[in-house]
Ligand binder design. Sequence first.
Ligand code: PHE
Length: 449
Amino acid sequence: MAQRDGFTSTFGVLVATLGSAVGLGNIWKFPYLTGTNGGAGFLLTYLLATLLVGLPVMIAEIMLGRTARANAVSTFEILSPKQPFWKAIGYMGLVAAVLILAFYTEVAGWVFAYVVKSIAGTLGHTDPASAKATFGALVSSPVQALFWQWLVLVVTGGIIMLGVSKGIEAVAKKLMPLLFLLLIALCIRSLTLPGAAEGLRFLFAPDFSKIGTGVLLTALGLAFFKLSIGMGTMLTYGSYFRPEQNIPATATRVMIADLSVSLLAGMAIFPAVFAFGFEPAAGPSLVFMTIPAVFDSMPGGQVFMVLFFVLTAIASLGAMLSILEVPVAMMTERWSCSRRKATLITLAVIALLGAPASLSQSLTQDWKLFGLNAFDLFDYLSSNVLLPLGGILISLFVGWSYGMGKLQAGLSNNGQLDNGPLVKALFILLRYVSPLLIAIVMLKALGLF
Ligand code: PHE
């Protein structure tokens, strides 16, 4: 068998995994969902979901991938030959990957467009009305919406065709630290704006009256989305992990770093929201309106604004590459398709499915299913249905079929690591806590009890 491509160093693994986790989920989705769901109470729910469910599922996924050294479908075939139904997890992941990319590429397209706008200097305003008009003009123009989405598809496809270690690792390694620094600078500016305290209160002083049942599922879905779990991304990346990599330690580091980026984004955005009189519950446009305002109010703001949107575009690429890797690994390994062909086919499907999503503020705004337009529907189906369902199944697989002994073996790096008590706790979380919690939250959101 041909040698599988893989990550070439321990640092590379950490950065590439982080590159998958950190993306628009942190910079765009986390702030806007926190804003529409009432702030601190949502943040707390999300934190609990990340710790109790997110981290265990992430460790399990990476372990499964590294043990089987295969894509998300074949992994279950290899690890569980007698129970072929588990490979449905992999196929669900394939569907989730395509649905996520169909709307994610659109949001990434907005970021690309804002790179150009910030270079052109057309974003310099701090008043909510003109910020809203700028964003509105972009998303309601069918030509612009499609153009930017397709540009994103072409760039992503180009990088993935270079291969795993060269493409993903090289891009991720260089740029993540820079994004971190820039976010810190942005936070400092935002926190020193007059009226900033109100934003901090919104983010950190919980108001439990706002936590309804829909909010719980949204917080859980966000935890899955941000950690790139429940759909085989971490499993596929796990299959490129080196044998000596400490999986629980890597996953914990990724979770902490991912969380820090989200919190930094929140602390950059919410003080500014209140200082400039934006609406915290503005929805998907929130980041695109407030961030330029913060930059506009600082010396040398334009330069930093360009840098911010460039880095966000790159962070979104790291995430998109990891999502695209799920179908591409599956197609190359199962159907002996070339990497190039697998990428092109997947991108074509995403372009087709993504068009109604990117036109959902213009030509297809009346296309609705369950009261949701294509953009919202793809987002809801992936984050709030497929990823949590994938999470339940992965937990059940490890907790009830794969078993404690193999989990221990999979995490022990050939007996070199003894994380006995930790594995026991992890096993209990996977066997009971995470499937039950996810199931209760999902059923409650459906109104079943
Ligand atoms: N975690 C990525 C982000 O926050 C999105 C993602 C979801 C990536 C699912 C892979 C799988 O932007």
